[in-house]
Design a binder for this molecule. Structure first.
Ligand code: RIB
Length: 305
């Protein structure tokens, strides 16, 4: 049984590049339109695999050409996909906009991802029981995701929740999560607190700790990450790199964090490793094409102190 199980989304990204994002009601001329495979679940799973982690993917694809393309990808990457189900709704797609600074805006149409329900959950119950860490995001059905969290906690399985796209979660759920990894805007949404300054981010991260979450890792883009745990607050600086496309940087960060934690790395060391993976991801276009390998991350860390 795989040590790490990702239960999450598959999405085909339709990526338009433009100098600046359009305002409401404005039309802008773009510079390119490309299609990449992505989805937070798939991105996180492939990150784990490329970094040498032992991982299984669980999710829902459409019974269509995009679904077959994703199945081939998982097979090529050597990822177990026995519990990737198929349904009659289409594989999910997203509209992704990228501006000249590499910043992104994303709208996902959930389609097949939201067909993963309690029936499928019952079929994977044994997989959850037998794994060591479950990685979740919020692109699947929220009621099903919450039940996965309850069951994983009951079975003594560690839970890493990437709360994206963010929604407010009850304390009952937050208190079961071992690692939560919001960015600043997701942290604001989760806590109802402002996160514009470092002081505000610390207050908001501490609020999640008081809700019972064991460890909060706030991703701060190129600036790095802030770790809030019972032992205190630690800021882990990021790497200075030139940004091409930020899509999947958060996902690769999560995948790397999971791998490092499962290897027994101490938390701050694991976040340093995750920062390096994220810094490499933003230097390439596309979601899955931008996910680097263990050799590349190790060499990047050696060359960048
Ligand atoms: O986190 C990036 C991902 O979010 C993209 O690949 C897109 O599919 C959305 O799910």
């Amino acid at each position: 049984m795989a040590k790490i199980t990702v239960i999450g989304s598959f999405v085909v990204d339709n990526v338009a590049k433009m100098d600046k994002f359009p305002q409401t009601g404005e039309t802008v001329l773009g510079t390119s339109l490309e299609i990449f495979l992505g989805g937070k679940g798939a991105n996180q799973c492939i990150s784990v695999s490329r970094l040498g982690g032992d991982v299984e993917m669980i999710g829902m694809l459409g019974n269509d050409e995009n679904g077959r393309i994703f199945r081939k990808l998982l097979a090529d990457e050597g990822i177990a996909a026995t519990h990737v189900f198929s349904c009659n709704r289409p594989t999910a797609v997203a509209h992704v906009q990228i501006n000249a600074e590499g910043q992104n805006r994303i709208c996902v149409i959930a389609s097949a991802n939201h067909e993963f329900g309690f029936e499928e959950l019952d079929q994977i119950d044994g997989i959850i029981k037998a794994t060591e860490l479950v990685i979740l995001q919020l692109e699947m059905r929220l009621d099903v995701t919450k039940e996965i969290i309850r069951r994983a906690h009951e079975y003594g399985v560690k839970i890493l929740l990437n709360p994206a796209p963010a929604v407010k979660l009850e304390n009952e759920i937050l208190s079961l999560v071992d690692y939560i990894t919001p960015n600043e805007s997701e942290l604001a949404l989760l806590t109802g607190l402002p996160t514009e300054t470092d002081e505000q981010v610390i207050i908001a991260a501490n609020k999640l700790l008081t809700c019972g979450t064991k460890t909060v890792v706030v991703t701060l883009g190129g600036r790095g990450a802030l770790v809030a745990a019972r032992e205190g607050i630690t800021f882990i600086p990021g790497y200075r790199v030139s940004v091409v496309d930020t899509v999947a940087a958060g996902d690769s960060f999560n995948g790397a964090l999971a791998v490092a934690l499962m290897e027994g790395k101490e938390l701050c060391e694991a976040v340093r490793f995750a920062n390096a993976m994220g810094a490499l991801t933003v230097q390439k276009s596309g979601a899955i094409p931008s996910l680097h390998t263990r050799v590349q991350v190790d060499s990047f860390m050696q060359n960048n102190g």
